[in-house]
Design a protein around this ligand. Structure first.
Ligand code: ADP
Ligand code: MG
Length: 695
């Protein structure tokens, strides 16, 4: 048998079973080896019948006292009963629909029974245990793997197929980790790791196997990301952009730049003028002033006659950017166009024409901007704003696209307001350089945050009224659009939750008949959304009821209160984002998280948020509580899927793997040495969907 031997050559696997295994992604012996258990059951300890704990699965070793009795309860329903005894006592064992047990279990023989003991009166009972002859055990007396299954494939079958594959093939698994890396980090060999991840000799062996495989997985990922980064930095690949004085740009702004903004802009300018392509992430908490940094990059590009695209995740945001930036750029002589779905056909045609001709230097739109085949004359810079969902694969596709008639890849600037835990950021943005704007513009007062229950609702409405009376505005956020269970595009919760439309109507007619209440949600037509947002920004609306479409980027300095309904349904990072919608002006601002939840865990989470304004701390907490999936949605980050590693739990291994990857690439950037060639192959395979790796 080899790693490529199809499962159909295993005893007992016919076409039907093979089809079912295929559903689990298993076609060959090698696939079996790579289908790691999702869990383990410790079946090592053998208990006395009398002293075994009740209600949890245990092994007991006992003798069948008399021949098992077979009976039929209903037509086709077989029942086998027997009594098993050990030195401590007896248990009545019942099998449903396993008539063959009556034939295969013999009186006077000793067996291991693995199942849950129950007590009925004085008697101990066990139903449908796993049974093996004592001394000939395969599935008991050991740590047993628990596999992902599908209908028709039992765990026993998976385990026995895998055991066979391991016996024949474990020695054939190639050792792809370079020896030096393995030795330095004290990692087990591949063969050992594969044997013990499936059938661990003991807990320590399992831990060693897991560490090796986790390291391996993260290592290849890190090597891939680091080499992508290296590749994109190839000298001579970027659009040449001339340096200009930062002060000249700063003079266009109505405020003085913060130190962190200046530092970030310096890093951006250095990238743009280096002759290599920029691939930079600007990370900064909400309100830290990332837009100015992006505008600087656009201004530099335009100064060298180059075009830029600024992409926002929603139309509302694109429009807001346009309204903020167009006047600034007009002053600077940089023609700017807005390109969104809500424009009239004529306006769109006009904008496209100016981009194609090159008179317009900046296009602002949503992410559809590049996919819609908009032609640029010389697109040199792509800025994506507030977009943690813009993954490695997309960035890579971008680098290969929209080159404006040259072979050069555009400079890429990614702005993220989601403070991502550092380790996670290294993985998600491992192919980017990172600037952090870790300083808020002066004069901001921290937002006061309160967690309240339903009993405070009336008081809360009173508070809204008071603030509006003082001339402020308020947001009220609720999760769903309609009460019929519609979902927001982000898959947020629905049903029985406060729904925007109904709730807005109720607020308008019953709670705040004297205030100006409006609503906004993701399903509205773009023109409509813009009108609502513009009215709110202009102060013509007092209370804006909205779904999370306002989550990112929206900037209305006069809004001093944000209320989040059903706050327990949101992630902490998302709540932090929402909170960032207020506290942008000179007024004291407030965030009220209202929840009907009584779960102490939920309340504690919300209180964590109330107690800190440090986005990074909050995101670390979120990562611990909810795992990495919630940051990005499933696979939205575009990274290869992880099988063993758990980004929340394996931080230390991750750091080591990253270090090892960097060291390796420093010594052998092309991974050309014989010892490193297997690494190269593995990485290429892993990043199959990412076009510009190792070609
Ligand atoms: P974000 O990082 O969340 O995108 P923005 O770029 O939208 O933040 O900036 C938030 C607000 O702060 C905007 O109104 C912007 O004009 C203002 N701002 C940005 N930088 C400064 C600064 N250095 N001083 C004062 N206000 C600033
Ligand atoms: Mg922003």
């Amino acid at each position: 048998m080899t790693l490529d031997t199809p499962v159909t050559e295993f005893p007992g696997v016919g076409a039907a079973r093979a089809a079912k295994l295929e559903k689990l992604g298993i076609r060959t012996a090698g696939d079996l080896l790579s289908a790691f258990p999702r869990d383990y059951e410790d079946r090592r300890r053998v208990w006395d019948i009398q002293s075994a704990p009740l209600g949890e699965k245990v092994c007991v070793q006992a003798i069948v006292a008399a021949p098992p009795r077979l009976s039929y309860v209903r037509r086709g329903m077989e029942l086998v009963k027997l009594r098993a005894v050990d030195g401590s006592g007896a248990a009545d064992i019942t099998f449903f629909n396993q008539g063959y047990m009556a034939r295969s279990l013999r009186a006077g023989e000793e067996y291991i029974f693995y199942g849950a003991l129950e007590e009925q009166g004085r008697r101990r009972t066990m139903t449908n245990p796993i049974v093996e002859r004592a001394g000939r055990q395969a599935d008991t007396g050991r740590i047993m793997p628990v596999y992902r299954l599908t209908a028709g494939i039992s765990n026993h079958l998976m385990a026995s197929l895998t055991r066979r594959a391991i016996e024949d093939c474990a020695p054939l698994v190639p050792e792809t980790l370079p020896r030096a890396v393995r030795l330095e980090h004290g990692l087990a060999q591949a063969e050992f790791a594969y044997r013990n991840i499936h059938f661990p000799e003991g807990p320590e062996e399992l831990e060693q196997a897991r560490r090796r495989l986790t390291f391996e997985e993260l290592f290849y990922l890190a090597v891939g990301l680091a080499s992508l980064k290296q590749r994109r930095e190839t000298p001579g690949g970027g659009f040449p952009i001339q340096s200009r004085e930062l002060e000249e740009f700063a003079a266009l702004l109505p405020f003085a730049l913060t130190g962190a903004q200046r530092r970030t802009m310096g890093e951006i300018a250095a990238d743009l003028c280096s002759g290599r392509s920029m691939n930079r992430l600007v990370q900064g908490d909400v309100g830290s002033g990332k837009t100015a940094a992006a505008a600087y990059a656009v201004w530099l590009a335009a100064g060298s006659g180059c075009q830029s695209a600024l992409m926002a995740p929603t139309e509302v945001l694109a429009q807001q950017h346009y309204h903020n930036l167009a006047p600034l750029f007009t002053k600077a002589g940089v023609e700017t166009v807005l390109l969104t779905g809500s424009l009239s056909a004529a306006a769109r045609r006009d904008a496209r024409e100016r981009l194609a001709l090159g008179t317009a230097k900046l296009a602002i739109g949503t992410h559809a901007l590049l996919s819609e085949g908009v032609e640029f004359q010389n697109l040199a810079l792509v800025v994506t704003d507030e977009q943690h969902r813009f993954g490695v694969a997309q960035r890579s596709a971008l680098a290969g696209k929209s080159r404006g008639g040259t072979d050069r890849a555009p400079h890429v600037l990614v702005m993220s307001a989601t403070p991502i835990p550092r380790t996670l950021a290294l993985m998600i943005y491992g192919d980017l350089d990172v600037s952090v704007i870790d300083e808020l513009p002066p004069g901001r007062t921290p937002v006061e945050t309160y967690v309240v229950g339903e009993d405070k609702r009336q008081r809360m409405y009173g508070f809204v009224r008071r603030l509006v009376g003082e001339g402020r505005q308020a947001y009220i956020i609720c999760p769903a659009v309609e009460e019929d269970g519609d979902r927001e595009p982000d898959g947020g919760p629905a049903m029985d939750l406060k729904a925007v439309k109904t709730y807005a109507r109720q607020l308008k007619t019953q709670v705040f008949p004297d205030l100006r209440v409006d609503f906004l949600h993701g399903k509205m037509r773009p023109g409509e959304k813009e009108r609502v947002m513009a009215a709110f920004a202009a102060g013509q609306t007092d209370v804006l009821v909205s779904t999370t479409v306002i989550e990112v980027g929206v900037d209305v300095p006069n809004a001093a209160l944000i209320i989040v309904e059903n706050a327990d349904r949101f992630g902490l990072s998302q709540l932090h984002q929402l909170r960032g919608r207020v506290g942008r002006g000179e007024h004291q601002s407030y965030c009220v998280l209202i929840t009907a939840s009584r779960s102490p865990v939920s309340i504690q989470r919300l209180k964590t948020l109330a107690a800190t304004t440090d986005g990074f701390k909050i995101s670390e907490e979120d990562l611990k509580l909810r795992g990495p999936g919630d940051f990005f949605g499933s696979r939205q980050h575009g990274l290869p899927q992880l099988h063993v590693a758990d980004l929340a739990g394996d931080m230390r291994t991750l750091a080591q793997a990253q270090q090892a990857a960097e060291r390796l690439l420093e010594e052998d950037p092309e991974l050309a040495l014989p010892d490193n060639r297997p690494v190269r192959e593995r990485v290429r395979e892993l990043f199959r969907e990412t076009p510009d790796i190792f070609n």
